[in-house]
Design a protein around this ligand. Structure first.
Ligand code: MOS
Length: 708
C-alpha cells in the first residue's frame, strides 16, 4: 500500500469539511460589493428578508462582537487585516456586504442575490502601473530581516565590469490557486463551545484567530481539518467569512454551513499577486556569472503589505561573487494577496532562469553546461555550506534521460515527425527547506494496531502516507494497522502546513516518538509490570517555537540554520511542439529530476512532482487573472474562464529522484518537495519556446498570439 487514503478517497469515504451536516444545520450565503473602492451608504435587505425560509440577514457587526485577528504576515492569524461587515468601507470588489442564513442553500443564495446596496464610489487602483499608485520600498516599509534587500559583495561594480551582460524585464500575471474544494466552513456551538469544520492548512491559527475575534478562550474552539480538497496556500490562515458566520450561528442557536461560490472564492481567497522582475546578469566569456541583480515589484492590497521574497531564491541559484536584490510593493484595491504554491519561487525563477537562457545564447554556450559551470556548494548569501545540493546531478541525469545531447542548439531547426516546430528547454528550481514546530504521539493498542496523532494537514500531498509508512516500517506491522490523525486541534497544535515543510517537520517528530517508545519498551523488558503504550515527542525545534505553534503563530526555522543552508532542488527538461499554422503550443514531454533528500514516500512523491509540473505548464501557457480596470476584481473569476491545465494539455512526464538523504537537516534526511516541483517549469517551457521559434517571450502566460 503506497497511498494509505487512496481507497477511501476514490470511494467517497473521506469526509471533507462540507460533508459534515450537524443536526439542525442551516445554510448561509454572502452578498458582495460590486465596486472596487469606496463606502457603502445603504444596504437594502427587504427583498432578501421576504424570501421564504430566511432566518437572518446580517449587514453590520459591532467592533465589540468581532475584534481584529491581524494579518498573518504581520504577527496575526488572518489572511488579511481588513474585516468585512465591520464598517462602511469597501476595500475590494467581492467583499461581503451581507451574510444571509436560511433553511436551504437555495433560499440563502436567492436571498443573498436579492440584497442590493448604494455606494459612494472612489477611484480605484487596479494595476502595477497606475500613476496614482503608492509604491513602497519593501525594506523600508517592513523593517524585519525577512523583508530586507539581499546584497552580497558589490553587485553594481561587478556587473559593470563584466564583459557580457543580460538585462531583461519579465512580467508575471496574478493567478488564483483555484483548489477544487471551495472556501467553506461549518460552525456549530454547543453551549459556549464552538466546533469548526473547515478545509484549512492551519487549524491552529483558525482556532486562535477566531477565539481572538470573538473574545473567547481558545480552549473553547475546536477546528477540524483532516482532509483538504487542495490548499496550495489559499487556506493558510483565518478567512474573513468565519467570524461573521460564527456570530450568526450563535445568534440563531443552530449550526450553520457556508460554502462560498467559485467566483466569491476568486474574490475573497488570497491569490498570487502580479509581479515584475528586472534581472541583470554579468558574466565572463567562459560563462561564469560574476554578478546578478534582481529587482522585483509586486502587487499588494491597500490595507496590507504582503511581503515579496523573490530574491531569497534567486540569490541561491548559483555561486555568484556578487548579488543585489531589491523589492517594491504597489498598493492596489484588492483583497490581500497571499501564498500560492511556490509563491515567490515560481515567478522569480521563471524570470531568472529565462535570463540565464538568454545568457547562454549571448555566450554561445549550452544551457546545461552553463548551469553546471555556475553550480556551487556554498550559499552565496550566508556563506554557509548547503546541507546538501545535488542540482548538478539533477541536470546531468535529466539531460541523459531526456536525450539532451541530440539537441541542435540553433533556434528553429528541429522538427517533429508531424512537421511541428520542436523546442527543447531546460531550467533549474530551488525551494527553501524549512522546518516547522511539530509534535507526535504514538499509541500502541492492545490488538497491536497503532494510532499516530501528529501536527500537520493532509491536503493531498501524501503526509498521512509518509507517516504511516515510517511507523509501519519501524514497528514492523502492516501499514493498514496504522491510523494517522492529522489536522484536529483536539489532537495537537496543528500548526501551519505550508512552505513544503509538512513532511520534513512531522516525520522527525514521529521518528523521535518511535525512539522514545523503544526506550520505554527496553525499560519494560527489565520491569514487565505495566506495558508502555504511549510516547510523545517534538521534532527537535526549540521549546519556544513549539509554544508559538501552540498559540497558532508562525513557527518555522530555516532555510538558513546555524551551520548550514538547506534547499531542495530540481531540474526540468521540456519539449514543446509549435503547430506551424495555428501556433498552438503543445508539451509532448517533460523530464524532471528532484533532489529532496531521502524520498519518504515514493508513490506520493512522484505524484507531487507530476502535479507540480502540470501546474508549471499551466503557469507557463494558461493561467492569468484578468483584472477588471473598471470595477476591480477579476473578469475571469470562474473555472470556465480561468483556464488550468487539463489532461489534453499533458504529455509524458518522467520523474526521477536523486534520493540521497540530507546529512544535516534532520535525522531522516528528508527535505521538502511539494513546491520545488513546479519551480522552473515555466522557464523551461519559455526557453523551449525560444528554441523552437526564436521568440523570447518575457510575459506569462505565453499565448499562441505571441507566436503569430
Ligand atoms: Mo504553500 S503556498 O507554502 O501553502
Amino acid at each position: 500500500m503506497t497511498r494509505v487514503d487512496a481507497r477511501d478517497k476514490v470511494t467517497g469515504a473521506v469526509r471533507f469539511a462540507t460533508d459534515h451536516h450537524p443536526e439542525g444545520m442551516l445554510h448561509a450565503a454572502l452578498a458582495v460589493a460590486t465596486i472596487a473602492r469606496g463606502r457603502v451608504t445603504a444596504v437594502h435587505t427587504g427583498a432578501a428578508e421576504a424570501v421564504p425560509g430566511v432566518r437572518l440577514v446580517l449587514t453590520r457587526l459591532s467592533p465589540d462582537e468581532l475584534r481584529p485577528a491581524g494579518h498573518n504576515m504581520a504577527g496575526g492569524f488572518a489572511v488579511q487585516s481588513f474585516q468585512p461587515l465591520l464598517g462602511d468601507r469597501i476595500a475590494y470588489r467581492g467583499q461581503p456586504i451581507a451574510l444571509v442564513v436560511a433553511d436551504t442553500v437555495v433560499a440563502a443564495r436567492a436571498a443573498a442575490d436579492a440584497v442590493t446596496a448604494d455606494y459612494a464610489a472612489e477611484p480605484a487602483i487596479t494595476g502595477l502601473d497606475d500613476e496614482h499608485a503608492e509604491t513602497v520600498r519593501q525594506q523600508e516599509a517592513i523593517p524585519i530581516p525577512f523583508a530586507a534587500d539581499i546584497v552580497v559583495g558589490d553587485p553594481q561594480a561587478e556587473y559593470a565590469a563584466a564583459p557580457v551582460h543580460v538585462d531583461a524585464t519579465y512580467d508575471h500575471p496574478a493567478q488564483n490557486a483555484a483548489p477544487l474544494e471551495l472556501l467553506a466552513s461549518i460552525v456549530a456551538w454547543n453551549g459556549d463551545r464552538l466546533t469548526v469544520h473547515e478545509g484549512t492548512q492551519n487549524a491552529g491559527a483558525v482556532r486562535h484567530g477566531l477565539a481572538r475575534q470573538l473574545g473567547i478562550d481558545p480552549e473553547l474552539v475546536r477546528v477540524v481539518s483532516p482532509y483538504l480538497g487542495g490548499g496550495f496556500g489559499q487556506k493558510n490562515a483565518l478567512q474573513p467569512h468565519l467570524g461573521p458566520l460564527a456570530l450568526a450561528a450563535r445568534r440563531i442557536g443552530r449550526p450553520v454551513r457556508l460554502e462560498l461560490t467559485r467566483t466569491q472564492t476568486f474574490h475573497q481567497g488570497s491569490f498570487r499577486p502580479r509581479s515584475r522582475h528586472r534581472v541583470r546578469l554579468g558574466a565572463q566569456a567562459d560563462g561564469l556569472i560574476v554578478a546578478a541583480l534582481h529587482d522585483a515589484t509586486q502587487q499588494t492590497s491597500r490595507h496590507d503589505l504582503f511581503p515579496a521574497s523573490y530574491t531569497k531564491v534567486t540569490s541561491r541559484l548559483y555561486g555568484y561573487r556578487a548579488f543585489g536584490g531589491s523589492q517594491h510593493l504597489v498598493r492596489t484595491d484588492v483583497q490581500t494577496p497571499g501564498y500560492m504554491r511556490a509563491p515567490y519561487e515560481q515567478p522569480a525563477v521563471w524570470a531568472f532562469e529565462s535570463a540565464v537562457d538568454e545568457l547562454a545564447y549571448a555566450l554561445g554556450l549550452d544551457p546545461v553546461a552553463l548551469r553546471l559551470a555556475n553550480d556551487t556548494t556554498t550559499d552565496p548569501v550566508s556563506g554557509l555550506r548547503f546541507s546538501s545540493r545535488h542540482v548538478g546531478e539533477c541536470l546531468r541525469r535529466g539531460a541523459e534521460l531526456f536525450g539532451w545531447a541530440e539537441r541542435d542548439p540553433r533556434p528553429g531547426r528541429m522538427r517533429g515527425p508531424d512537421g511541428t516546430e520542436l523546442g527543447w528547454g531546460v531550467a533549474i528550481g530551488a525551494y527553501p527547506a524549512s522546518t516547522a514546530a511539530a509534535s507526535a504521539t504514538i499509541e500502541v493498542h492492545a490488538d497491536g494496531s497503532v494510532t499516530v496523532l501528529v501536527d500537520g494537514h493532509e491536503m493531498g500531498q501524501g503526509l498521512r502516507s509518509a507517516v504511516a509508512l515510517l511507523v509501519a516500517a519501524d514497528l514492523d506491522i502492516e501499514v493498514d494497522r496504522v491510523n494517522v490523525r492529522l489536522g484536529d486541534t483536539l489532537d495537537g497544535a496543528q500548526h501551519l502546513t505550508a512552505g513544503s515543510w509538512g513532511t520534513a517537520s512531522a516525520l522527525p517528530a514521529v521518528h523521535a516518538a518511535l525512539a522514545r517508545l523503544r526506550t520505554e519498551r527496553d525499560r519494560q523488558d527489565r520491569d514487565p509490570a505495566d506495558p508502555p503504550s504511549v510516547a510523545t515527542a517534538g521534532n527537535g525545534l526549540p521549546e519556544a517555537m513549539l509554544d508559538r505553534a501552540r498559540q497558532g503563530l508562525l513557527a518555522a526555522a530555516g532555510p538558513v540554520y546555524p551551520t548550514f543552508t538547506a534547499y531542495s532542488f530540481i531540474a526540468h527538461f521540456v519539449e514543446v511542439a509549435v503547430e506551424p499554422v495555428t501556433r498552438r503550443i503543445r508539451v509532448p514531454r517533460v523530464v524532471s529530476v528532484a533532489d529532496c533528500g531521502r524520498v519518504a514516500s515514493p508513490v506520493t512523491a512522484a505524484a507531487q512532482v507530476r502535479g507540480g509540473v502540470v501546474w508549471g505548464l499551466g503557469g507557463a501557457l494558461r493561467e492569468h487573472l484578468e483584472t477588471d480596470p473598471r470595477h476591480g476584481g477579476f473578469l475571469n473569476a470562474t473555472l470556465e474562464d480561468y483556464p488550468v491545465t487539463v489532461n489534453a494539455d499533458i504529455g509524458v512526464i518522467d520523474v526521477d529522484f536523486v534520493n540521497r538523504p540530507d546529512p544535516l537537516l534532520n535525522p531522516l534526511g528528508v527535505k521538502g518537495l511539494g513546491e520545488v516541483a513546479m519551480v522552473g517549469v515555466a522557464a523551461a517551457v519559455a526557453n523551449a519556446v525560444f528554441h523552437a521559434t526564436g521568440r523570447r517571450l518575457r510575459r506569462l502566460p505565453i499565448r499562441l498570439t505571441d507566436l503569430l
